[in-house]
Ligand binder design. Structure first.
Ligand SMILES: Nc1ncnc2c1ncn2[C@@H]1O[C@H](COP(=O)(O)OP(=O)(O)OP(=O)(O)O)[C@@H](O)[C@H]1O
Length: 517
């Protein structure tokens, strides 16, 4: 999945069916472009003209394949797609619009997506918003105003987000001076973390490891590091690799490229992600999912930049800054034999752990305010506070991503009921923070039971030592063993235990081996 815009070709191929209409450019949305996907030719033409009336530069695609091709070769500001498109080969209707949205947002994350359908079924509505749609249009669209209003609203949203200052002013009263930095795409980051990333941007040889639960913003942080490097050096590539999605058979070829003819179906020589990241950033998301042979191959390129394409003996080079993100404790991955110790050592560098949302409930109001700002919806302070208050009760397993989806659903509820937004439209995920805490306490109680047993054992050993003769080394070993077991139980993590005890990873590993812990 290449996110590097510089890799996008600007020219459309001859075979791509497109209809380009020049907008009159007199309105403020000039320069903004839209791709409209609709399989009925008549309707497509109508919508293109309506978009053109809004001053947009409009393109049309009438098939799934054309839409994908256009999204691959050209950047757009907006996408308006029908949900139900005829499948080219079988001639049946399918929810291909959703696939187009997914494809579009992977290739062009900056895109604003609008969806249209005759069917306002709740499931379709929700799915469209969950995938990233900002507006849903009910078909048939009969007047220019109807389409214009939505496109203008989306365009205004986009334009309002293009000013970092406006955002900062709007949210100022929720922010203490200089405690947070807000980026124009809505990403909120503490000034401390922002400075940390600025430091990493200046030291581009240092890898960055981002720890955190799902949805805490690891990918957003990686993108900020890229942005900071672009500010320092000009445009550089940013290549995201979603490691769990690497297909086993094709992993090598996707990462390192292949030579034409290297295997059946290798019709062209390809470069791969590693080459695409040259002089820029390679972001390995969920790095713990890489299998051992791939880790071994990556080790070499991480060591000295050298590697070979599949089916090619020649050594080529790529130099990039590595960012990895993970939800796991990498020491434990090494421990379990799922990660090579050398690989872990090689990818370690600057480290940042992103807190789960439940541990930063005071920031909720900031994220909620930002969400509505991005949606270009102004809500009363009172409602904002009510939402934040209610949200404090939730555990937020999916963190900021889940919070935003919940707020999106709140908007959908108000639209479905055709009511002004109010607190009753907010439906929290069914996970209560109190229950989750009870659970945590239960887990802690389990481990404290084990620790009580440890303490008893320790006291027994000491009593023995005072009452009878024993070899001193044996007694000290017994005491050390109990202390180690206690620390590992208490932290529920070997990495944290060795840090807590002030000894190295190697030292704790040696002692665990010795005492068979
Ligand atoms: N600091 C932030 N400010 C604003 N929005 C954020 C922030 N962090 C995360 N988000 C929102 O949450 C969504 C998920 O964030 P992101 O994909 O970066 O999380 P992640 O930790 O990489 O998750 P995963 O481990 O599942 O890949 C983002 O698309 C964004 O909408």
């Amino acid at each position: 999945m290449l996110n590097s815009k510089s890799n996008k070709k600007k020219n459309l191929t001859e075979s791509t069916v497109i209809e380009k209409f020049n907008g009159d450019n007199s309105m403020k949305f000039e320069e903004l472009s839209i791709l409209i996907v609709e399989d009925c030719h008549e309707e497509l033409k109508k919508y293109i003209l309506l978009a053109q009336n809004c001053g947009l530069i409009a393109y049309g695609a009438s098939t799934f394949a054309d839409a994908k091709q256009m999204l691959t070769f050209q950047n757009f500001d907006f996408l308006l797609t029908e949900v139900h498109l005829t499948k080219e080969t079988q001639g049946v209707y399918n929810e291909l619009g959703f696939e187009i949205i997914q494809f579009a947002l992977v290739n062009q994350p900056q895109l604003t997506v609008l969806t249209m359908s005759q069917n306002m079924d709740r499931a379709i509505f929700e799915k469209a918003f969950a995938l990233g749609t900002t507006h849903f249009l009910r078909k048939p669209i009969t007047s220019a105003d109807e389409i214009g209003i939505y496109i203008k609203s989306a365009a205004q949203k986009k334009l309002s987000l293009q000013s970092e200052d406006t955002l900062e002013v709007a949210l100022n009263h929720y922010l203490n001076d200089n405690l947070y930095k807000i980026y124009k795409n809505g990403v909120i980051i503490s000034s401390k973390h922002d400075k940390f990333l600025s430091g990493v941007a200046k030291n581009k040889k240092i890898p960055l490891v981002l720890f955190g639960e799902t949805g805490t913003g690891k990918e957003e942080f990686a993108k900020i590091l890229h942005k900071k490097r672009v500010e320092l050096e000009g445009m550089i590539p940013f290549v995201t690799v979603n490691c769990p999605l690497l297909d086993n058979d094709l992993t090598n070829s996707l990462l390192f490229g292949h030579k034409k003819g290297a295997f059946t179906g290798a019709n062209e020589t390809t470069n791969g992600y590693v080459a695409a990241a040259n002089n820029g950033i390679l972001f390995l998301d969920e790095v713990q999912s890489l299998d051992i042979p791939t880790q071994r191959k990556l080790l070499r390129v991480l060591n000295d930049g050298s590697y070979s394409r599949v089916g090619d003996m020649r050594i080529i080079h790529s130099y990039f800054q590595l960012i990895v993100a993970t939800t796991k404790d990498l020491d434990e991955e090494v421990e379990a034999g799922r990660m090579l110790a050398d690989f872990k050592y090689r990818i370690s560098g600057a480290e940042l752990t992103l807190d789960p949302l439940r541990n930063r409930l005071d920031d909720l109001i900031l994220f909620i305010a930002m969400f509505f700002k991005q949606e270009a919806i102004s809500i009363q302070d009172e409602l904002l506070k009510e939402i934040a208050f209610k949200c404090r009760k939730c555990y937020w397993k999916g963190n900021i991503r889940q919070l935003f989806r919940t707020l999106q659903r709140m908007l959908i509820n108000s639209q479905l009921h055709e009511e002004d937004l109010n607190i009753h439209h907010l439906q929290l995920p069914n996970e209560n923070i109190e229950k989750a805490k009870e659970n945590e306490i239960k887990i802690n109680t389990d481990s404290s039971l084990e620790n009580t047993q440890c303490e008893m054992q320790l006291l027994n050993s000491l009593q023995h030592a005072f009452q009878t003769d024993h070899a001193l080394n044996d007694l000290l070993d017994e005491i050390e063993k109990q202390i180690l077991i206690n620390a590992i139980n208490r932290h529920n993590s070997i990495a944290k235990a060795h840090t807590g005890l002030g000894i190295s990873r190697n030292a704790i590993d040696a002692k665990r081996k010795k005492y068979k812990i």
